[in-house]
Every structure is written in structure tokens, then in C-alpha cells.
Design a protein around this ligand. Sequence first.
Ligand code: ADP
Ligand code: MG
Length: 700
Amino acid sequence: MDRPTNFFDTKIEFLKGVGPQKGALLNTELNIFTFGDLLQHYPFRYEDRTRFFRISELREEMAGAQIKGRLRTWEVIGEGHKARLVGQFSDGSGTMELTWFQGISFLEKSLHRDGQYIVYGKPTSFNGKFQIVHPEMDLLTAENEKGGYWQPVYNLTEKLRKRYVDAKAIAKWQRQVLELAGPHIRETLPSFLIEKYRLASKAQALWGIHAPENEQHIHQAKRRLKFEELFYNQLRLIKQKILRRTEYPGQVFQRTQLIRDFYEKHLPFDLTGAQKRVIREIFEDMRSGKQMNRLLQGDVGSGKTIVAFICMLLAIENEAQACLMAPTEILADQHFKGLLPFAEAMGLRMSKLTGSTPKKDRKVLHEGLLDGSIHIVVGTHALLEDIVQFKNLGLVVIDEQHRFGVAQRAKLWQKNEVIYPHILVMTATPIPRTLAMTLYGDLDLSQIDELPPGRKPIVTRWKSDQHRLEVFGFVRNELQKGRQIYIVYPLIEESEKLDFKDLMDGYESVVRAFPDYQISIVHGKMPAKDKDFEMQRFISRETMLMVATTVIEVGVNVPNASVMIIESAERFGLSQLHQLRGRVGRGADQSYCILMTGLKLSAETRTRMKVMTETNDGFVIADTDLRLRGPGDMAGTQQSGVVDLLLADLSKDGEILKAARESAQGILEEDPELVLPKNQAIRSQLDQIRENESNWARIS
Ligand code: ADP
Ligand code: MG
């Protein structure tokens, strides 16, 4: 069998006090298999056991209090499953109650009458008297009487608690492992980084996180371990990026006459400063001789499409072709229609390929792509099919990244086997810089942080359901001015049936309220064909109101739609609300977004609604969203798997991330292969991480 090659690979069951049964539980409940796994099971908070409180000092606000005193008496009150054990506990300053609902017969046998105890728990006040429910109890000893420690609190499960594996047990095991580990603990960061950032050593940090003596100790430990975590995260991403740059050459696109013609004769507006800047960044890449992998991020309406088109011109003038892939047929259609006038003005041949492209058209298209007579193809997933081959694909633009996976990105690379095409990924999901660094750390990042001039900021209002009549009155007014209206309902999978009913009820009431207008309805259960049909009716103004679930979220552009009503807005995340709002405000008219909510709302929801009414800035919104919800829930991060950080919190540890990223960058620039002696620690740690990962792959 696999003999431990390394102290940290020792199976957890071999730790004194664990044994096979608890060991198996630790395996299944917490994924802890080895000593090393245990040490990586970090506490999520600490309880202050440094001092003792007197009963007279207790207050309801305390999260927890440690008290030294005497257990006077106890009795069982009530019967059957309502029975509880209530003890009287006093310390000279007063008396309080200790209450248990479980394990009563065991407690009755084991408690010591008049015994001196240290108890810990959350004090609550009941009938003017303080009590602690299910307190932690320890007999007073010469050792624990001194107090003075911080109790780490670990994630546990019910099953573990039933087997008396609690935070104290875990903490005790951590200490045992740390004591045994002594000489085996290897420093995983090079000494020049430890000195530069005044970091704790690995050994100090492990002791500090699991067995801290004071708050300072905890703080130092966390800072060091977070730095390490983020440093290796960034190092690996940047390494991939460098590898790709050196491994994969790119076509060199030099000539720019076509673009100059376009600027002079056909560009209908001046580019914004931000658009010019990102075009320069992209051109640098496309001239560099290395394959481009760049993320273009820009808020809804910031003008990413024209940027993409200008980059396509660069490819085309240099004897290459370009393709643009969108996540839905409607979006592909919109891009196609939007770009067609430009393509025609420039004398370029552009085609469209989606699931509904007829067979005979496909044949023509395939031929045109293969012989190079088609310059640009716009489409959906259909572009990924193997039969779609190009003469020389030079630029791939992918719109709305989070709908596509990494594998699909890779598939497009293969469309040019001689030399990989340059890749430009566009997304309107505002991602805070910190998150973008970890999420897309292997892509270069360009941001359009400026909207074209003359846009009227969308006016956002927050209304409770009681004001529906007033809102409908407003809608009627806008309809009379010829504007179109979206009304969006949430549709969350877990409560699909109820949501669906809400949507249908909503639709009915809209039909009743606006009998003289045509109304569209679109939801996820409709066949794609019907959805498209309804969308098209709305785009062509046959219908004036669109009642829909969030299927309209991404990219749809109907400039005449100037009002977005979001029903049950409390059920949407901030970024999603912002995306939805971005569907309006695309034309010259003043646009509105109305958030409808119930009355009973949490403080967090109120913050969300308030932020929406106060700002239109996608980055402010993304930052707030990250702060409120944590990175796990941000759009696009779910499947990525890059954000499973153990300790670091991207919403709070931006500074550490920055330092870690800069360090990683600097080290790899100087020593890409990590062969210098001073970088040995990094090299072996990377090997270790890789080995752990392959072990994990075997287990799961
Ligand atoms: P998004 O970044 O959301 O994809 P689009 O590319 O759809 O935004 O652009 C939104 C609208 O703004 C389009 O109608 C486009 O023609 C227009 N637009 C883009 N850039 C500018 C600019 N510099 N000045 C004025 N209008 C612009
Ligand atoms: Mg767009």
C-alpha cells in the first residue's frame, strides 16, 4: 500500500486519540485524510478565553463569555422530549442558570454537585436572569484556572458532534500534530519574500492559526497563510500565461490602412478615450508575434462591439479571417445586423451561422470560409462544429464570456492548426479587479471604464408592491410616448413552480391593465423558436410590453425600450439587477428602472436596492456585490473552480493579493523556470501542490 513518503501524508487515524472510527468520520465529513489535511483545516473564528467574566458583568450583547464558579444544584424540569436539565451556577457576584435539552441522563451521572467549573457559552437573559444553553463545561484545574487563551472554532458537522468531536477536540489534535511535526515543517516561501513583507514563518503561522496565544499571533498567522495562498494562486496563473506566450506564436498583423479608411469615412462617432486605449492594447498583442488571450471588460453600453469590429479589420487587412461567437441566437443576430452596414461599407463579406441556418446556406458558408472569400462570420455554438473550417482564422471574438466554458474557448483555438488565432473575450459582467486577477489571471485584461458621451443616466426608483397602481400609471404614460417596456420576473430553479405562477399571474394583470397594447411573454420553458419569435416581435415594435423571466438578461439591444420593471427585485443579486437595468438606456430617451419589492426586507436587501438607486457604475456595483455576498456567488465564478481559496477573502484581502501578484510576477520575470537557488522553496512547493492535486484526483 501507499507508504507515507512524508510526515504530512501520515493517515489521520494514526493520531493518538483519533483511531479508525473517528478517522473514518473525519475522512467522510471533513475530507481530512492525513496530518497535512488536518493542518489545512483552518478555524473560521476564535473565541476569547483570555479572561473570566463575573455573572454580574454579563450582558445580552456578548457573543460568548467564560465564567468561573460553582455548580450548586440541578433538577430536571418537564417530561419526555420536553424535559430539560437546569443547573444553578454562582460565582459570588450572582447566580445564573445552565440549561441542557440533550444528553440529560449522561449529565446527571457526570456532573459534580458543588463542583468548581469553567463554563463558556452565549449568555441570554430569561425572566431577568442570565442563562447559558448547552454551555461548554470544564472542571476547574490549576492549569485552566489561568485562562489566557483563544479557542479556535472549526467547521464541524452534526455527525462529528454526536461522536464528541468538537472544536476543542480538533484543537487538541492540531496541537498534537504540530508538536510531532516540529522538524518536518518546511518553509514554503523564499526568505527574501518573508523579509520583504515581514511575514511569519510557516511554523509560526501554523502554531498561530491553530493554537494562538494572543490576537496578534492570529493576525500574523492569517496574514502569512493568506499571502502564501494568493502567491501560489497567482504564480501558477502567471506561469501559464508566460508559458503560452513563449510556446504559442501569433500571426503578426502590421498593416493598418483599412482601419484608417474606416475611421475617416465610416465611423459614425468619435471613439471614447477608453475605447482608443483598449484598441491600442489589443493591437500591441496582435502585432507582437505571440498569441493574444485578452479579456475585454466593459459595462453594458460601453461600446465593445465596435472595438471588436475594428480589431477584425486589422486581421482582415492582413489576410486573415475573423469570427464572433455569441451565446444565443438572438445575440448573434443582433451582432450580425449591427455590423452589417459597417462590413458592407468596407466591402467585406460577412455571414451568419447559427443552429437555424438552413443546410444549403451552410454549404455555401463552409466553402466561403474555407476558400477565404468570407471575411467575417458571426454565430453561435454552431461555429464550434468540426465541419466549420477556415482558410486562415486570425481573430476569434467571444461575446459574453460567462456563458462559455474554457473548453469551448480551447475548441476555437483549434480552428487554425497552423498558428492559433488571437482570442478576445468580451464580457459585460463587471468584475472587481481583485476577482478578475484570480478568475482570469491567465488572460490579459483590458477595461473600458467610460461610457460614450451624451448618455442620459438611467433613473432608478425603488417601489413597494403597494405602489403598483402608480407604477402602472407611469408605464401608461411612457407607452403613450411610444416607448416600450420590459417587466421581468425572477425564475429560480428551486421554486420554479411558484415563480412560474407569479410570472403568469403578472402577465394576466398586465394584459388586464393594458388592454389596448400588444404584449409579449418569454420564459425559459418555451421552445427556442417561440422565444425568438416573441423577441423579434418586440424588437420590431409589434408588441410594446415584454413580460419575461431573466432570459432577456444578456446583451439584447432594443433602443426604444426605455422602462425596465423588475418584479420581486429583492430576489436578484446586485450584479444581476445591474445587468437587467442595462437593457434600457440604449437610445436617446430618458430611461427608467423600477425595482418592485415587498415590505419586509433584510438590511442587506435594503443596501442592495439603495446602491442601485444611487449609482449606475458597474464597478461600484460589483465591489458592493462582492462585499455583500462574497466571491462564491458572483456571476461567472461558480464553475471556474479558481476561487476555492481556504483563507483569503477576495472582498477583503485586495492588498495582500496585490502584493502576492506583484511578487509572483517579479519572480517569474527574473527566473521563469525557477532555477535560481533563492527560488528553490517555490519550486518544491509547486511540486508539492501538483502532487497533492493528483492525489486528490485519485480520491475523488
Ligand atoms: P456593449 O459594450 O454593451 O456591447 P455596444 O457595443 O452594444 O455596447 O454599444 C452600445 C451602443 O453605443 C451602440 O449603439 C453603439 O453603436 C454605441 N456606441 C459605441 N461606441 C460609441 C461612441 N464612442 N460614441 C457614441 N456611441 C457609441
Ligand atoms: Mg454587447
